[in-house]
Design a protein around this ligand. Structure first.
Ligand code: DGL
Length: 258
């Protein structure tokens, strides 16, 4: 079906998910909303996150989206139940990858870096309880990181200093796996690789989300029948430079007030 896959995030972070979707479903059209004007979502109340998510979904539906990917852990953990109950279109969400980390850890200690909104959500707590039995999960709010990534400063000294502050206690506690619980954080991987010892496994959910998107489209008969490369549209209500840099010059980015 030649309708786009709609994707939204509080800003540029969800482009890490868009890249995985593009890789797995190259012939699909995509439309991406970067709600950078309202970033970060992570420090907002559940109600505010829900209202922002509804606003984004309404716009994606106006643009004819056949499925919506909530490319934001904070919006998924706080709003996806409501969205699924309210709209007919299928939703794909993203949650911190606690399960794969719990299955893989040898030290039985796993670190998770996420926003306050995700860490305080009941969905995250339930997932953690379900999959991390017998495992110590060290939770850390990545305060300030989303704002710096929104400014294109993912490789700055400021980011590296924050990461050291946040990760040193986890390293002292002997974690062997670090879950990236925010879609902005895959852009920190080069900085993380400088800071973390080699044996620490970094886990994010991007590829799993793309796999799940493909499976749901297949199951519901919604896959594109086109055999040419799909088109990608990007809208931001913030500054477009950082978004443009992350998605590449050849991709069209437009500014829109939403
Ligand atoms: N990318 C969002 C997430 O995955 C960032 C949240 C924020 O805006 O604070 O949680």
């Amino acid at each position: 079906m030649q309708k786009p896959i709609g994707i939204f995030d509080s800003g540029v972070g969800g482009t890490s998910i868009w890249k995985e979707i593009r890789r797995k479903l190259p012939n699909e059209d995509t439309i991406y909303l970067a709600d950078s004007k309202n970033a970060p979502y992570g420090s907002k109340s559940k109600e505010e996150i829900l209202n922002l998510s509804i606003k984004n979904v309404e716009l994606l539906l106006k643009e004819n989206s056949k499925i919506i990917v909530v490319a934001c852990n904070t919006a998924t953990t706080n709003a996806i139940d409501h969205l699924r109950k309210t709209y007919e279109v299928p939703f794909i969400g993203i949650e911190p990858a606690i399960k794969p980390a719990a299955l893989r850890t040898q030290t039985k200690k796993v670190g998770i870096l996420a926003t306050k909104g995700t860490l305080s959500s009941s969905l995250f707590h339930n997932t953690s309880k379900m999959y991390a039995e017998g495992i110590t999960v060290l939770e850390q709010e990545g305060k300030g990181l989303v704002e710096l990534i929104e400014q294109g400063k993912q490789n700055s000294e400021e980011v590296k200093q924050l990461l050291c502050d946040y990760l040193n206690p986890m390293l002292a506690a002997e974690i062997d796996s670090l879950v990236l619980g925010c879609t902005h954080y895959p852009y920190l991987i080069p900085a993380l690789q400088e800071i973390l010892p080699e044996h620490i496994h970094i886990i994010d959910s991007g590829e799993a989300v793309a796999r799940q998107t493909k499976a749901v489209l297949e199951k519901q008969g919604l896959l594109s029948l086109s055999n040419t490369k799909g088109a990608s549209k990007f809208y931001t209500n913030g500054s477009y430079e950082v978004l443009q840099q992350l998605v590449g010059k050849q991709t069209k980015v437009s500014q829109l007030d939403f």
